[in-house]
Design a protein around this ligand. Structure first.
Ligand code: GUN
Length: 300
């Protein structure tokens, strides 16, 4: 069965829209998100436009703040401090990657964790690890929600996460191993967490043997076609986080998007599989909206 992130994300947007409408009807202000983008990375521009579009659809106010590639770290840091102190902004993100002359951790660490709707500050990551109320990085939150809405329980299951990034692999592993009573506000009730988690990465030996013992495989390696059919047990669940542009002269834009999974063959063995596009991507964006609403609610 296909895990239809596009459909589930549309459902959740409907739920968020209702909540925002209710705020308006009660005479309250609507949540506001700011998105800082530096330079002209084409993939980042696409992501940011999709985020702005999603905000508009649910009635969340959104502001795009664009800076040229040459911005200094000091100026960007000043912008972060300004947003931290702007009471009209409930949450904001700094779109990654940043140019190489800017240190990502310096910028992310400066964000007030209560407005960190990307869940990337050390404070939010640490709070998530300790099971304290926190804002969780959008992609892991979206994957958890996708599993929940398809009633795929993780309790006692062996989940293999391929990839150890701060944005997906690490927080995903933490959420999956967490005790379920520490679940996030607004999450579905399916029994998530309580999994046995293995994290694999580029230095892992015999990835195939490890994957063959997995009930659920989450691939976030940024490597097209990494997960092949012979690495997947019959009836496993496969979540593909990769979004890779590969050249394709026949595609309208000269490239097409593929995941990290050999979808054609793996889909014949997997009980559940998320496609690219239309799987994790839309769930990530809707999770940003959920995080913004969460930041708003904690503030008022
Ligand atoms: N670049 C790719 N994905 C993301 C994301 O979820 N947040 C930010 N800030 N940058 C990204």
């Amino acid at each position: 069965m296909i895990l239809d992130g596009k459909k589930i994300a549309a459902e959740i947007r409907g739920e968020i829209r209702e909540q925002v409408e209710a705020l308006k009807a009660a005479g309250k202000r609507v949540p506001k998100l700011a998105i800082v983008i530096v330079g002209h990375n084409p993939a980042s521009e696409t992501y940011v436009n999709n985020k702005l579009k999603a905000c508009a659809e649910v009635g969340i106010e959104a502001e795009k703040i664009a800076y040229p590639e040459e911005i200094t770290e000091q100026t960007l840091l000043a912008e972060v401090h300004r947003l931290n102190n702007d009471p009209s902004i409930d949450g904001f993100i700094v779109q990654l990657p940043l140019p190489s002359h800017i240190t990502e951790t310096t910028i992310l660490s400066a964000i007030d964790y209560r407005k960190d709707v990307d869940g990337l500050t050390p404070e939010n990551v640490g709070r998530t690890v300790q099971g304290l109320p926190s804002i969780v990085s959008a992609t892991p939150r979206g994957i958890r929600e996708l599993l929940a809405r398809y009633d795929i329980a993780t309790e006692g299951k062996h989940v293999v996460v391929i990839g150890r990034s701060n944005i997906v692999g690490k927080p995903m592993a933490i959420l999956l191993m967490q005790r379920p009573y520490l679940s996030l506000p607004g999450m579905s009730a399916a029994s998530l967490g309580d999994a046995t988690v293995t994290i694999c990465h580029s230095k892992t030996q015999d990835l195939k043997s490890i994957c063959l013992t997995a009930d659920i495989i989450i691939v976030a390696a940024g490597c097209p076609g990494l997960l092949t059919a012979e690495m997947v047990r019959e009836g496993a669940t496969v979540i593909d986080v990769g979004i890779n542009r590969v050249d394709d002269a026949n595609a309208p834009r000269g490239y097409r998007l593929v995941g990290d999974v050999d979808f054609e063959h793996v889909s014949q063995k997997a009980a559940y599989i998320s496609p690219v596009p239309g799987g994790v991507g839309p769930m990530t964006i809707v999770s940003l909206l959920q995080n913004t609403l969460q930041a708003y609610k904690c503030k008022v």
